[in-house]
Design a protein. Structure first.
Ligand code: GLN
Length: 440
């Protein structure tokens, strides 16, 4: 713990929003004392981990990498984090990310752009960029990210590690700052399938504090050793389009060949075009974030900027403290929800989401697993992607569909800074981990 705290303190990748050094050293001393007394310790006891700065951990800063919450301290602890603490894991750091999860590069933050673990000229990916880089550089053993439309899977791919977005609801969202509540998921980033399995087991479970949480069964160590996947599918239109970089396409087709050589049947599937997926996701995500962030007006939380009356105080607090990207989303979200637009845009988005879910139900009658690249491109240079927000949204083309479908999906590193995405039907994380092991 001490060693890793030192590394985090000195790191130049901008992964740290705040260090939890006092708490971490205190918890580590307790584990030491247990070991000295010869007491048995649990699987996660003494294991250092990181937390994306959108989770509550009582008494510590929870900034969402935003000016608005720069000085905010958590009043309580998120369920997922509490479960890790109860298992003896040691939180080291609140990690840099895109403000409120808004972004795909970890540049939309007041703490400075997170630098990629493999090449510091490149973006780390986002929004859970600090979490991915901390794991990749061994500053933490695992980190807890948040994934609304790809924020765990995409930076995992960009930094050559594993990242799991579980089935929606498998892990309680209580204490995770809401971005888009209908697709927000809590999940782990780590360097091995085994670590992903262990951390997922600890955090999973129904929680009375989150009405959308679900029950699930534990995934045992043995359960993921023997592959049972017989048929794999992939979306033809993800691979046959102009947006995919030739290298990403070649890597993916090579994975498909490998799967075939291992005796698995491969089927081509049809899916919605990328522009429909991205526009549906951003319509709903912006609508939900406009609603969720309306509470941040400087009265109950955050960095209030006083003005002549209450209305002006709200306006100045929000316009001075939110980033350009967050404001773009609040304005966009309020527009799609407003009279004259909501039927045409928001309700249409909801209808397409249902069609996407129906499409997946049909797919999983034919195949056990769906494979896809995580992103159409490899990570861009820091600074480049900020110039074109629309291009940044389009880079989420391969992750957002699975989010809208609320499916479990895992990024498997390929050593190429892109990653392979393995998706299964709802609640079938076990099958994903099995298949990931089988592909190793
Ligand atoms: N890049 C996507 C967005 O900006 C996903 C972010 C996330 O999953 N938090 O909405």
């Amino acid at each position: 713990v001490k060693e890793k705290l030192e590394l985090l303190k000195k790191n130049t990748h901008n992964t740290v929003n705040s260090l939890l050094d006092t708490l971490a050293l205190d918890l580590a001393a307790k584990v030491d004392a247990k070991i000295t007394k010869g007491e048995e310790i649990g699987l996660l006891e003494g294991i250092p981990f990181g937390i994306k700065d959108v989770y509550m951990l009582q008494g510590t800063f929870a900034t969402a990498s935003s000016n608005l919450l720069k000085n905010y301290k958590s009043a309580y602890t998120a369920t997922a984090i509490q479960k890790l603490l109860d298992a003896g894991a040691i939180p080291l750091v609140k990690e840099n990310c895109d403000s409120f999860g808004h972004g795909s590069s970890s540049e939309n933050t007041i703490f400075g752009a997170v630098k990629n673990a493999v090449n510091t000229d490149l973006v780390a990916g986002g929004s859970s960029g600090g979490s991915a880089v901390n794991v990749a550089l061994d500053y933490t053993v695992f980190s807890i990210g948040g994934d609304t439309g790809g924020s765990i899977r995409q930076p995992a791919g960009y930094n050559n590690i594993y990242g799991l977005k579980p089935t929606y609801g498998r892990i309680s969202r209580y204490g995770l700052m809401a971005y888009a509540s209908s697709t927000d998921c809590v999940g782990p980033l780590a360097k091995s399938i085994e670590d992903i399995r262990i951390v997922l087991n600890v955090m999973s479970g129904k929680d009375a504090k989150d009405q959308t949480s679900i029950t699930s069964s534990e995934i045992t160590e043995d359960a993921i050793l023997k592959n049972t996947v017989k048929t794999v599918g992939y979306f033809k239109n993800f691979i046959e389009n102009d947006a995919i970089a030739p290298k990403v396409k070649a890597d993916f087709l090579q994975s498909i060949e490998k799967v075939k050589l291992k005796g698995i049947k491969v089927k081509e599937l049809d899916f919605f075009p990328s522009d429909i997926l991205v526009s549906t996701y951003y319509t709903l995500a912006m609508a939900e974030t406009a609603s969720n962030l309306s509470r941040l007006d400087g009265t109950n939380y955050g960095n209030r900027i006083e003005d002549k009356n209450l209305k002006e105080t709200y306006a100045v607090t929000r316009s001075e403290n939110f980033s350009e990207e967050t404001k773009r989303r609040i304005v966009g979200g309020n527009q799609v929800l407003s009279q004259g637009f909501s039927d045409e845009i928001y309700l249409k988005g909801l209808a397409i989401r249902d069609q996407i879910a129906a499409n997946f139900t049909k797919d999983f009658e034919e195949v056990d697993i769906i494979l896809s690249p995580v992103t159409p491109m490899s990570p861009p240079k820091i600074g480049d992607s900020l110039k074109d927000p629309l291009a940044m949204y389009l880079s989420d083309a391969y992750t957002v569909g699975f989010s809208l479908g609320q499916l479990p999906t895992l990024t498997v590193p390929q050593g190429t800074q892109t990653g392979l995405q393995i998706t299964a039907a709802k609640n079938n994380e076990e099958l994903i981990l099995k298949f990931a092991n089988f592909l190793k």
